[in-house]
Ligand binder design. Sequence first.
Ligand SMILES: C[S@@+](CC[C@H](N)C(=O)[O-])C[C@H]1O[C@@H](n2cnc3c(N)ncnc32)[C@H](O)[C@@H]1O
Length: 278
Amino acid sequence: MEIEADVARHYGTAGIAARVLAALREAQGADAPVTVDGLAPLDQFHGRGPAATRELVALLQPQAGERLLDIGSGIGGPARWIAAKFDCHVTGVDLTPEFCEAAEALNQATGLTERVRIIRGSALALPVPDGAFDAAYSQNVVMNIADKLLFYREAFRALRPGGRLALANLCAGTGGEPYYPVPWATTRETSFLATPDEMRADLLAAGFEIVDFRDTTAAIAEGQRRQRERLEQGEPPPRVAADIILGPRSREMQINTLRNTEEGRCAVIEALVRKPGQ
Ligand SMILES: C[S@@+](CC[C@H](N)C(=O)[O-])C[C@H]1O[C@@H](n2cnc3c(N)ncnc32)[C@H](O)[C@@H]1O
């Protein structure tokens, strides 16, 4: 598909795992152990890094031994962190070949290859059997997906009856067209922001029951204002996954993301939904 090829081209660069490990050594010393906590700011590729993942797992509540699916798993940071902290098995599916390679190298480096499996593939045709997972999550992915109903239908198919899906979605705000480039898209051609109402309607149409649905935009914008001012003043930003993955493009993209949230051009929705049944 043309959109998927464009999205993978936007994200993919060579040598990501080596850059992440170099950033870890730079921050924590040449002999720093490679742990999920040490890597967390560097391998979780979404706004607010590990803090956002902690909010998502508070909704999802993974249980020891559960089989989890991470849809759009990036370089695998959230999957490794959740597998290690909650003693569960996580399968990550992602479109971008360079991200899957980096995820596998970092699984090796953290000793988590038995617990975290990475499959290169599309969220719109998940390469997993029906009903194979107890729970699933997707963090900052659907803004690259034009056909969101198909995305949610695929997640629904992959879950067992009673299975949960936790989402952290960037949605369209009421403040006008977002500024581009942003970390997920250079232009609007590969950015697809649904409104929160459209997100809710698609989830219901896919068959899910809505357990929790919250707009966290205002709380996030308040916390991020100082970060934007520092970036705009040219202060060196703390190393985060976005800057390791996207390189020099990242500063402008991060500033635009922060402005989009502050000005209500994007909304951040966290949701927990459930596939009916036991
Ligand atoms: C901003 S990154 C977030 C990565 C990861 N969820 C995280 O939080 O660290 C968006 C991810 O979605 C993936 N993605 C976008 N469209 C996809 C699709 N159609 N199928 C699978 N993955 C997709 C990209 O390759 C990228 O890894």
